[in-house]
Design a protein around this ligand. Structure first.
Ligand code: CTP
Ligand code: MG
Length: 233
C-alpha cells in the first residue's frame, strides 16, 4: 500500500504578477516548490514525489531538487507539464510506476501545508474512501452572480454558508479511480476531486488547515513569509 504524491508546478503564476514561474519564487529564501516537496516528503507514508515542472524548465527543477536537502527515504521524479492544471496532473499520473495504489495531488502553490493534514488525507484513503479533500468552512458569505463585463452584477443565489467548504490540497485518491477520472472527464476543472464526482463516485471532506492556503496573489506571499517566520521562531 504505497503512496505517491504528484505536485503540479507547471503554472506561470499570472495572478502573482511578473517574475519567475510561481513554483520557483522563493519563500524565506527557498523556492516554493521545494517547500511543497518537503511538505509531502514529511509524511512517512509518502515514498515517491512526482514533480510536474514547466515544460521548458525540467532541467532547472531537477537541479533545484538536487541542490536542496530532502528526506532519503523518498524518491523523486520530474516530468514536463501541460497547458492547464489538468494536463499537468495527467502527465504526473502517466509517469507513476506500478505499486503505488494511493495518490496525492498537491499544488506547488500550497507550500506550507502541515504534515498532519497530509497524513489525515492518506489515512482516509487507506480507510476506504476513493477520494478525499481537505477543506475549511468559509469566512465570507458567497453569492452566485450573473457575470457582467461591466457594471453591477445581478445576484442569482446565496448558498447557505454553513454548508460550504473551501477546498485545499493535498487531495487523496485511490489511484485507479483518479486515473479513470482523468481518462473520462474532458472539461477543464480546477480540482481533481470534481472529476471523481463527475464519475458519480463519492468524495469526502476532512478538516483542512489555515496554513494550507494557496499562494495566488501578491498578498498571499506576505502571509506565507509571516507564517514561515513564525515557524522559525
Ligand atoms: N499548474 C500546473 N500546470 C498548469 C497550470 C497550473 O501544474 N498548466 C499548477 C500550478 O503550478 C499550481 C497549481 O497548478 O501549483 C494550482 O494552480 P494556480 O494556483 O492557478 O497556479 P498558476 O496557474 O501558476 O497561477 P495563475 O492561475 O495565477 O497563472
Ligand atoms: Mg492557474
Amino acid at each position: 500500500a504505497r503512496t505517491a504524491a504528484v505536485i503540479p508546478a507547471a503554472g506561470r503564476g499570472v495572478r502573482l504578477g511578473p517574475g519567475a514561474p510561481k513554483a520557483l519564487r522563493t519563500l524565506g529564501g527557498t523556492p516554493m516548490l521545494v517547500h511543497a516537496v518537503r511538505a509531502m516528503a514529511a509524511s512517512r507514508a509518502v515514498s515517491l514525489v512526482v514533480v510536474v515542472a514547466p515544460a521548458d524548465g525540467t532541467a532547472e527543477v531537477k537541479a533545484l531538487l538536487d541542490a536542496h536537502t530532502l528526506p532519503e527515504r523518498t524518491d523523486f521524479l520530474v516530468v514536463p507539464g501541460g497547458e492547464n492544471r489538468q494536463d499537468s496532473v495527467k502527465a504526473g499520473l502517466d509517469a507513476l510506476p506500478p505499486g503505488y495504489d494511493t495518490v496525492l495531488v498537491h499544488d506547488a502553490a500550497r507550500p506550507l501545508v502541515p504534515v498532519d493534514t497530509v497524513d489525515a488525507v492518506i489515512e482516509a484513503v487507506r480507510d476506504g474512501a476513493v477520494a478525499v479533500v481537505p477543506a475549511l468552512p468559509l469566512a465570507d458569505t458567497v453569492k452566485e452572480v450573473e457575470p457582467a463585463a461591466e457594471g453591477p452584477e445581478p445576484v442569482v443565489a446565496t448558498p447557505q454558508r454553513a454548508r460550504l467548504r473551501a477546498v485545499q490540497t493535498p487531495q487523496g485518491f485511490e489511484r485507479a479511480t483518479l486515473v479513470r477520472a482523468h481518462e473520462t472527464v474532458t472539461d477543464n476543472v480546477t480540482d481533481d476531486a470534481s472529476m471523481v464526482e463527475q464519475l458519480g463516485l463519492p468524495v469526502v471532506v476532512v478538516p483542512g488547515h489555515e496554513e494550507a492556503f494557496k499562494v495566488t496573489r501578491p498578498l498571499d506571499l506576505v502571509l506565507a513569509e509571516a507564517v514561515l517566520a513564525r515557524r522559525r521562531k
